[in-house]
Ligand binder design. Structure first.
Ligand SMILES: [Zn+2]
Length: 378
């Protein structure tokens, strides 16, 4: 992770870089900031910078052996602990070491913009709450007490110290206060009121702020090559949380995909173009897979519902982007009290059939033929 990969937080980056260049690195620090502010990414960029063999005034080199290991999260002197719980794979005694492969993938796919719900979803904790337990604390102490593998700093990143229990926190107190030589603790948290004061009092606090809309907008365009409009909308909705902004952006793409695909389907049904429909099902629908096919039909149900709102002069209640709203408006004269219910019932039944592993090509072709007839009903 390079500092230049991180959205905003320029003042913090400067401060961190300065502390390294002046050789004033506190041995225990708390990176504190709201979800989506990039605290974990900053902690990683900082650790990488400290260990880089060829750092510049502004960033790590990105290509020395230490940087390469940092970028892959495989550096032998980089250690993490984070909240875990049992799941389908790890049925007892969960700890960070057992979850490390998933954690590493999660950080790489999110650019280290981690959040608790995203992490819990990734490892399918279902409704369980994660915890940093005493096993994590003991294993970390053992690792830090061993000789370093390389000649730089050993770094222990503790993500979400809010999830310590008293036992795990107490186990780590002494080593946080007096770490072995060239060992650095970075705690990454969102809410200092949930951290034990005994831990808090032993750390130097680096406060990260919420990002502003402009920083998020620019970063989204750079990362996703999306349009200016899409980036601005997602940035505004996110209220300074980069994780949320990414989710909004991805959802917007998905919504657009569902809309355009549904529009195509209905157009071919109107034309009664059976051969186009067969191609459409083979090329656009079949490869989607079961979950997405269900989502597509659920989207269809939403369109039918919205056309009825238009037909009852409630078009103002339809909250959709302009292009999509126009489609629903133009489609609404073809949906009425006589065919809305049968079309909706057809889609609901298809959702059930797809759930039960029915052949999607047959289900969608059957639906298309029935919809052609239903759209003719006045
Ligand atoms: Zn380097």
């Amino acid at each position: 992770m390079l500092f230049s990969d991180i959205t905003g937080q320029e003042d913090i980056k400067k401060k961190l870089i300065q502390s390294v260049r002046e050789n004033r690195i506190p041995h225990a620090q708390l990176f504190l900031g709201p979800e989506g502010s990039g605290t974990l990414a900053l902690a990683l960029a900082y650790s990488q910078y400290i260990n880089c063999k060829n750092r510049t005034e502004h960033d790590s080199c990105g290509i020395c052996p230490s940087c390469i290991k940092y970028s892959k999260l495989t550096h032998p002197d980089l250690h993490f602990i984070f909240p875990t719980a049992t799941n389908k794979k790890i049925k007892k005694d969960p700890d960070s070491e057992l979850f490390y492969p998933e954690w590493r993938d999660y950080l790489i796919t999110t650019g280290s913009y981690a959040d608790l719900s995203g992490w819990y979803e990734t490892v399918e904790l279902e409704n369980k709450q994660g915890l940093i337990n005493v096993r994590d604390a003991q294993k970390l102490i053992n690792k830090l007490n061993m000789k370093p593998y390389e000649d730089g700093y050993k770094v222990a990143i503790i993500w979400m110290p809010e999830k310590f229990n008293a036992q795990s926190a107490n186990t780590l107190l002494k080593i946080i206060e007096e770490p072995p030589e060239k060992t650095l603790f970075i705690l990454v948290a969102e809410d200092d009121s949930q951290i034990l004061t005994t831990i808090l009092s032993r750390t130097a606090i680096i406060k990260c702020h919420k990002l502003n809309t402009d920083e998020i907008r620019q970063s989204l365009i750079r990362q996703y090559q999306c349009t200016e409009d899409a980036a601005r909308n997602a940035a505004i909705l996110s209220e300074g949380n980069y994780n949320l902004a990414c989710k909004y952006l991805k959802n917007e793409d998905n919504e657009k995909f569902l809309f355009q695909t549904f529009q195509k389907w209905m157009r071919y049904c109107f034309k009664e173009a059976i051969s186009l429909l067969i191609d459409f099902i083979t090329v656009d629908i079949k490869p989607l897979g079961r979950e997405k096919q269900k989502e597509f039909l659920e989207y269809g149900l939403k369109v039918i519902h919205n056309t009825l709102l238009f037909n009852n002069n409630l078009g103002d209640c339809v909250m959709l982007p302009d292009e999509e709203k126009n489609f629903v408006k133009n489609f609404s004269p073809f949906i009425n009290m006589n065919n809305a219910q049968p079309i909706a019932a057809l889609m609901e039944k298809s959702i059930e059939q797809i759930e039960r592993n029915a052949n999607a090509s047959i289900v969608f072709l059957d639906d298309s033929i029935k919809i052609i007839q239903l759209l003719k009903i006045k």
